[in-house]
Design a protein around this ligand. Sequence first.
Ligand code: NAD
Length: 261
Amino acid sequence: MIAIDLSGRRALVTGASSGLGRAIALNFAAAGARVGVHYLKDHDAAEAVVAQIQQAGGQAAAFGGDVSQPAQVEKLFADVDAAFGGLDILVNNAGMDGARELCADSDPAHWQRVIAVDLQGPYDCTRQALKRMLPQQRGVILNITSVHEFIPWAGYSAYTSAKAALSMFTKTVAQEVATQGVRVLAIAPGAIRTPINAAVWGNPDSLRDLDQKIAMCRLGEPDEIGRVCAFLSSDLASYITGTTLAVDGGMLIYPDFNHGG
Ligand code: NAD
């Protein structure tokens, strides 16, 4: 039997107090990793994830910080060093889509905030992670992008631009470190049931509309992303780097075309 084994690995998952980050942290712990559950503000929710991991026999600790603030990122990684003695896996998961604003009417400050969280944050975290991973010649960095690294989304140009840029950042850094034991990958989730899109799946009409955009005709569950992240972080995926894996129930295969063109 092939099993995902992350025992002995030290992982940090940003934005892990909710949604996909929480599911990724739980799957990492179930595979044996020691997990840093990072949060922005919701300390209690992060501690609840830590408690859930510990109750199941795993190891975890909570770490705070705003990923868009380089000084806070530096402190975050110093805190992880102090607790875990280093890092083997980073998941740049923290992110936001921002308010819906068409470009012509948009507020530059809102645009820059999304870029700071969704692109600058992963850049700073990756820089810090590589300082730890390259000397040990071992590490995996997973960047959570979105199907919107491929699909335009009116009103969310900051989000789509940040996610597309994060995809190319992934490939470029993967190329830089490929011979040094570090793999860098992106995962592009489709529509997954989390707080970020609760307004959509909480409304039957918008949910029906969204389901039609997915070949499998249903939303994904956070665990379906968490399991893939655990696999990609493990040695089972040892020959995969510098690419994006879509985990989207077939959103990118244009289900509208299933009845002819
Ligand atoms: P979520 O809102 O539950 O998670 C986002 C997390 O990021 C939260 O925990 C939040 O506190 C954290 N965060 C936001 N700004 C931060 C900051 N400045 N510093 C530190 N942390 C910050 O939603 P989610 O769906 O779990 O989103 C996780 C990631 O998945 C995001 O990058 C999102 O773009 C991506 N994604 C989600 C979906 C989906 O359908 N849910 C689809 C594609 C991509």
